[in-house]
Design a binder for this molecule. Structure first.
Ligand code: CO
Length: 434
């Protein structure tokens, strides 16, 4: 069972090379189970037992099943995660020449380990916006996915960079990250050449392309490794592993509690701070909860009461213990791969877990017969954060931050435990079942 779950996760990631694709993969899985898409511009009529989903600006998505019990008493149960991963983004006027080489300039999105993007078989994926008619509003957004290697950042030979192993691979973001695309064709300027590649791929006229958001990803498919396939490796495990686990839980109708409104809420822009119209720090989730409450005829006080009975399980990956780097871990809070989901704790509220939510999650693990671990960052290192604190602060609901152990977070290729993914699905399924 754990192999199957992990294989499905690897497939989910391979089909989701950008946050727009991650939202689409999630939407497709929901559609298969008869979830109905809602448009935020329409008036909504929601029914108890109804299944719905909403996408905001293509890359944040909330899916939910309306409970048939008292909405005030049962509140909302929410699994939150993020659809984006750190990496490189292609600039608007990306293509330029140097010598005869055409390169693509990139911005750095969030905090990737830049060196891991060198010498990899990189593809591009994201969305482009095209002109469809004479009026300014005649535009169409299309997803684009170059699933074969298209660009590359070749390393400098060690003969020209003798102390790379002593000093580490440092890359100047402006000068040393541009990606090799092609050798210049004489009759075609670099930018036109790149636009023609996109136009060809999408079967459109190059002149119709107005804009794009293109994410650089590693085309190597996910894999198992280790003698018994105990481990998995892929890009974007942070945080598509959490998205996939929550999705599996919401779609497990055999055990879903029908009384409570259960939601998954996946946000773009976590890696850049979540402060955007579709980010976890924005109004997306508060708006959707409010609209569900309105559709269920709750007055303002009842909405607040429903919120007070709600719980957020904020899921993002945790730093697995790496025995080669002992000194970076607190000795009593090592979280080990394949030893179960991690409760993330930080007294400075970089994570939302407090003793009560921590205890509730521990009980969920006990009930699911899944081991769990507790992580605290080293006291002398600054701690990261995630979507949990931003959502909990806005909604005022109880929340716990959890996640599975992960090696090399923010590498182009991260690794994690096969068993842990299965464990997380079991706990999340139990969360929606209670
Ligand atoms: Co993350």
């Amino acid at each position: 069972m754990s192999q199957q779950h992990a294989q499905k996760l690897l497939d989910f990631i391979d089909n989701s090379p950008s946050p727009w694709h991650a939202a689409m993969s999630t939407a497709m899985a929901l559609e298969k189970k008869c979830f109905q898409r809602l448009d935020e511009r329409d008036a909504w009529k929601l029914a108890a037992g109804g299944r719905y989903y909403v996408v905001r600006d293509g890359s944040s998505i909330i899916g939910f099943i309306i409970g048939d019990g008292d909405p005030i008493k049962h509140g909302f149960r929410i699994i939150g995660a993020h659809t984006d991963s750190p990496g490189l983004r292609v600039k608007p006027n990306a293509a330029y020449t140097d010598g005869l080489m055409v390169r693509l300039g990139v911005e750095v999105y969030g905090g990737p380990i830049l060196a891991t993007f060198t010498d990899r078989d990189l593809g591009l994926a994201g969305r482009i916006v095209v002109k469809t008619g004479p009026a300014p509003t005649d535009i169409d957004t299309q997803l684009i996915h170059f699933d074969k290697p298209l660009v590359r950042i070749p390393n400098l030979a060690i003969h020209l960079n003798r102390d790379v192993n002593e000093k580490g691979l440092k890359l100047d973001r402006q000068e040393e990250l541009p990606m090799m695309l092609s050798v210049l064709q004489e009759d075609l300027p670099a930018q036109q050449q790149f636009r023609a590649i996109i136009a060809n791929k999408m079967d459109i006229e190059a002149d119709a392309i107005l804009s794009w958001e293109l994410h650089v990803f590693d085309t190597q498919p996910g894999c198992f490794f280790g003698p018994d396939d105990q481990f998995i490796a892929n890009g974007q495990l942070d945080n598509l592993a959490s998205c996939h686990a929550g999705l599996c839980a919401l779609l497990d109708e055999a055990v879903l509690d029908p009384k409570t409104t259960n939601l998954i809420a996946y946000f773009d822009h976590e890696e850049v701070g979540s402060q955007s119209s579709k980010g976890a720090g924005g109004r997306f989730l508060p708006d959707i909860l409010e609209r569900i409450s309105i559709a269920l005829n709750l007055d303002r006080e009842s909405q607040k009461r429903a919120n007070a009975n709600s719980f957020l399980l904020s899921a993002d990956m945790a730093h697995a213990y790496h025995p080669n780097y002992k000194k970076f871990y607190d000795g009593e809070h090592k979280v080990v791969i394949n030893s179960g989901p991690v409760i993330k704790i930080n007294s400075n509220q970089r994570y939302t877990s407090e003793s009560v939510s921590e205890a509730l999650f521990a009980r969920l693990c006990e009930q699911a017969e899944v081991p769990y671990q507790k992580y605290v960052h080293r006291t002398n290192l600054p701690c990261g954060s995630t979507i949990g604190p931003q959502i909990a602060a806005q909604l005022g609901i109880r929340s716990v931050d959890v996640g599975n152990p992960l090696w090399s977070m923010h590498s182009a290729r991260e690794s994690a435990g096969t068993l842990d993914h299965h464990y997380m699905i079991r706990v999340m399924t139990g969360f929606f079942a209670n």
